[in-house]
Design a protein around this ligand. Structure first.
Ligand code: UDP
Ligand code: MG
Length: 318
């Protein structure tokens, strides 16, 4: 049985990637040509480079590449909208012109040779194919630990995400169509895709080291990203607040009874500790709870405004 060759769009979000972009596009173009030659994908398959408001020469390089190569498309966002929104912009474009799209980081830390496995899985009827890291040998110790904890905490909070899967994945145009029905402004893609359903599969690979340029995810961005992920998908922290409040309430009743008892039956010494300790404790708890509530209120605030997730300034698709 001959399978219809799918049109594939490969999407790369690019933020200050001038050092690596040419190598990346060359490597991907070679791979894509090979897949076309061997009849794995349709000849009209293409690569989308999304410039996410880079401050360096990234857009110049992208415009040049798209001028020389017919299969390279450049999309310029009007400013930096963040990784997830850059991916969305690319997916939107790609889904109208292809059967399936693969998103991959511009540094090619993710093994591009599993692209063929992804396409094969798509041909077998899978609508979403997750690229999953086998091990994190090449990650720095710190990154590895924090990433590991992130997945564990997410799981504890009941968020269904694929362990060790980032944003290297294939999605069918059908699935992408449904993805755009999730209208939240704070879109955490790796949490949304499992919610879309359809037949899904994982393929495994080893992650390589970044060959040039710097990571665009320093610790503060990683924490923000993790918080974003948790508060977008789980209301458990709010429930913990309620439980904490209940616990404090019970403790304070016991303490009140105890102080009443000692006032009536024991010799009471006006105590400094018994006054100051609860003050510290309760204000600590209250501040924490207010912080958690604030996270969600902030989220609501952003969502109600319904601001656009990205703005395209220019598209280069010949
Ligand atoms: N990226 C982006 N916008 C941003 C930050 C990052 O488009 O605001 C892109 C970046 O160019 C890269 C991908 O997101 O293609 C992942 O970033 P990076 O490789 O720095 O993250 P890490 O692999 O260190 O987690
Ligand atoms: Mg990287």
């Amino acid at each position: 049985m001959s399978i219809k060759k799918p049109i594939l769009g490969i999407i790369l979000p690019c933020y200050n990637e001038q050092e690596i972009l040419e190598t990346t596009s060359k490597q991907l173009s070679i791979l894509m040509q090979d897949l076309k030659d061997r009849g794995v994908i349709c000849l009209s398959s293409f690569i989308v480079l999304v410039n996410d408001g880079s401050k360096d020469k990234t857009w110049d390089i992208i415009s040049k590449l798209s001028e020389i190569n017919k299969h390279i498309i450049g999309i310029k966002l009007s400013r930096n909208f963040g990784h997830q929104n850059a991916l969305l912009a690319g997916l939107k474009y790609s889904s109208t012109k292809s059967d399936c799209s693969i998103t991959i980081d511009a540094d090619l830390q993710d093994d591009i040779h599993v692209i063929e496995d992804m396409v094969n899985a798509f041909n077998q009827g899978n609508h979403i194919v997750y690229g999953v890291r086998k091990e994190r040998k090449t990650d720095k110790f710190f990154k590895k630990q924090t990433a590991q904890y992130f997945y564990k905490v997410m799981k504890m909070l009941g968020v269904e995400i694929i362990y060790n899967h980032a944003d290297y994945r294939l999605a069918s145009s059908e699935v992408i169509k449904h993805l755009f029905r999730f209208e939240e402004v704070n879109l955490f893609l790796r949490g949304i895709f499992p919610l879309i359903g359809f037949k899904q599969k994982s393929v495994y690979y080893n992650r390589l080291e970044r060959t040039a340029g710097e990571t665009k995810y320093p610790l503060n961005k990683m924490i923000a990203f993790a918080l974003e992920g948790i508060t977008s998908f789980s209301i458990k922290p709010l429930r913990v607040v309620t439980q904490l409040g209940l616990l404090t309430f019970i403790i304070s009743i016991i303490l009140a009874l105890y102080s009443l008892y000692s006032y009536l039956f024991l010799e009471t010494v006006p105590g400094w500790t018994s006054i100051t300790l609860p003050i510290y404790f309760i204000s600590g708890v209250q501040l924490l709870c207010m912080g958690i509530l604030g996270e969600y209120i902030g989220k609501l605030y952003k969502e109600t405004k319904k601001r656009p997730r990205y703005i395209i300034e220019e598209t280069r698709d010949n």
